[in-house]
Design a protein around this ligand. Sequence first.
Ligand code: NAP
Ligand code: MG
Length: 499
Amino acid sequence: MATATSVVQMDPKVSGYVGKTHKMLINGKWVDAASGKTFPTYNPATGEVLSNIAEGDKEDINRAVKAARAAFETGAWSKISHSDRSRMIWKLADLLEQHLEEFAQLESLDNGKALKVARAADVPLAIDHFRYYAGWATKIEGNTIPFSGAPQGKFFAYTSREPIGVVGQIIPWNFPLLMAAWKLAPALAAGCTIVLKPAEQTPLTALRLGELVQEAGFPDGVVNIIPGYGETAGAALAAHDDVDKVAFTGSTEVGKLIVHAAAGNLKKVSLELGGKSPNIVFDDADVEATIPGAASAIFFNQGQTCCAGSRLFIQKDIFDKVVEGISEKASKIRVRQGFDPDCDMGPLVSEEQLNRVVGYMDSGKKEGARATVGGSREGTKGYFVKPTVLVDTTDKMKVVREEIFGPVVTASPFNSIDEIAAKANDTVYGLAAGIWTKDIKKAHALAAKIKAGTVWINCYNVFDATMPFGGYKQSGWGREMGHEVLKNYTEVKSVCAAL
Ligand code: NAP
Ligand code: MG
């Protein structure tokens, strides 16, 4: 790994924020954990401690749920004018925009990602998300229902959509601020009150966002933020009897634990889980566009993207050319610390992820796969790995079947469109897929056969607040984004009056 010659200067607000011990947000106050405990968050580029954080557990979740319940029942948020609701969410977006550089730097430090990526993607997408749902706060409607089984005019029936109540939200570390925005914005628009648990590896931007929530003027208890470990704080939130709904993003394994934990009070559950997404390249694709597109489909965010295009299927005639092109791209990716202006790829988020990803690289090689590029750790300090392309794989290999969540793609050839849908669908997951071809008719025909929540044609990793996102099969329950997500945070009430 090349050492940085010059790195971006830390924003004074950021240097003042890291290095401190941070509290949790309950009922509009910053408080210590009831236990008094704290835990460290690390800089993955160096392995050094960035900040210490109040360690929430069951007792703190109880306090936060109590505050969220009180805030919900008073109607201080659920019953105010929807214009006021909208204005406050919009104000939060404005505040975030004013602090864009600060948030981008905090995110890069805590997660490891390139600062330029946090500036161009994570923070602007989070801002846009709040703005989009600020708009929805005034547009959640019911219907009037004409009866089918009674003469018209005998009954008057209508539906209304009401906020579901107190919502627990548990998020991962790969896009910490953006995942907080995906969760908070629609729940706030719907009128819910919230207890949010960020990932232990990356609590900083969610906590800083909590300060902006207060500055924007949200009533106390509407947004509570409890950092802590999944097994304690997360599990307590998922199991809590006074939580009406839990929204979770993370691994499929933990998603199953959430479902069990939620059974006690049958709270509503939505899940955004893992993936092993097929990315399919036909021999009539625009190769010049496909090579960088397919490379970025897997290498973006160090491959730590749930929808990463991690199983590459390339039609036989152009297999060698595309593999060569992607391998060359991979070899040119500059793996550096996030604050280096030349950083294309930062470190993985943690030592645990480093070991996991290197473990998969080794397992692939042991089972007979060959790395055309990469295949190992990068350097000895920090959690960096080399972007990796594996060929000579079989359908049974672990690297083909399991989610690696790192910059490792498997590439295998296919013969024809007739066999490719079955290959693409040969996975327990169903989050996303990519199709590269100039034949748009073929692309749509294949898109219809793929069991995945998102299909990208001649592009990949394109997100917009308007476009629903979520998984078929073991990739999840329900959808985030668009107007679909509002179903996660509302109950439908039918009202019927005899006339
Ligand atoms: P993870 O262990 O599932 O963690 C995700 C969140 O769940 C974290 O906040 C974690 O807390 C919490 N958690 C862990 N155990 C819990 C429990 N027993 N009860 C309640 N909450 C618990 O996932 P990870 O390994 O950190 O992240 C990588 C995985 O997330 C990948 O497999 C990826 O596919 C998936 N992911 C999916 C999406 C998507 O949109 N579908 C997005 C991002 C990531 P702690 O961190 O404090 O343990
Ligand atoms: Mg960290």
